[in-house]
Design a protein around this ligand. Structure first.
Ligand SMILES: [Mn+2]
Length: 231
């Protein structure tokens, strides 16, 4: 992402809370800057943020996410992306190709973590952008933003290897607050998985109580897990 473009843009008007002002030297901009500083390095180069920096991003992102509903209403035009799955350098290339927020709006449909090698950089960059541009960057929950799935597919291991178990728990708690669906321009319904036979009215989505795990059946499960079926 181009630094100059970013600096022209207005910051979010969401309160950063006490944490950002009490953490000495902390700023969302500096996190974004660190994360983008590897753009021209060879793919796979890690960005080793401080534990405290990541924890603060998680806290601030949680505050922003809870000011918004479970069913987001998003203006068009917006670029829709999905399944970053820890492929951090592909995410950077995606922003380079498609344009930088806030000039370009983004909706991601989930599965930020697991499978790839840099889930932490991927989710922290997206969360930092969400904090900075709350109306221009939208992040839905995927079926991998889940306690049980991340134990199997790599995100828990990455958190433990690079930081600690507690950080993983903090991410899971944040994911349990993520919105699960969005409507673009009042017309296009989006979710990670698919529709649910139990979904009769979109107001059912906003009635879901957070925090929540992903249950084994029901609307939330279907929104995150359903695949198209032939019959
Ligand atoms: Mn996936």
């Amino acid at each position: 992402m181009n630094k100059n473009k970013r600096s022209n843009s207005q910051s979010s008007d969401v309160s950063m809370g006490s944490k950002s002002s009490t953490e000495e030297g902390f700023s969302v901009d500096s996190i974004i800057e660190q994360l983008l500083s590897v753009q021209n390095k060879s793919p796979g180069t890690l960005v080793n943020l401080k534990l405290k920096e990541i924890e603060t991003i998680i806290d601030l992102a949680g505050e922003v996410i809870m000011t918004q509903p479970m069913l987001l209403e998003i203006n068009a035009p917006v670029i829709v992306g999905t399944d970053v799955h820890g492929q951090y350098y592909d995410l950077l290339r995606f922003f380079n190709d498609a344009g930088n927020p806030p000039e370009t709006s983004y909706l991601f449909l989930g599965d930020y973590v697991d499978r790839g090698k840099q889930s932490i950089e991927s989710i922290v960059l997206l969360l930092a952008l969400k904090i900075k541009y709350p109306l221009k960057v939208s992040l839905l929950r995927g079926n991998h933003e889940d306690q049980n799935i991340t134990k199997i597919y790599g995100f828990l291991d990455e958190c433990k290897r690079r930081y600690n178990l507690k950080l993983w728990k903090q991410f899971i708690n944040l994911f349990n607050h993520f919105p699960v669906s969005a409507v673009i321009g009042g017309r296009i319904l989006c979710m990670h998985g698919g529709l649910s036979p139990e979904l009769k009215n979109l107001s059912q989505i906003n009635k879901m109580v957070r925090p929540t795990g992903i249950p084994e059946s029901g609307i939330l499960c279907d929104l995150l897990w359903s695949d198209p079926a032939a019959s």
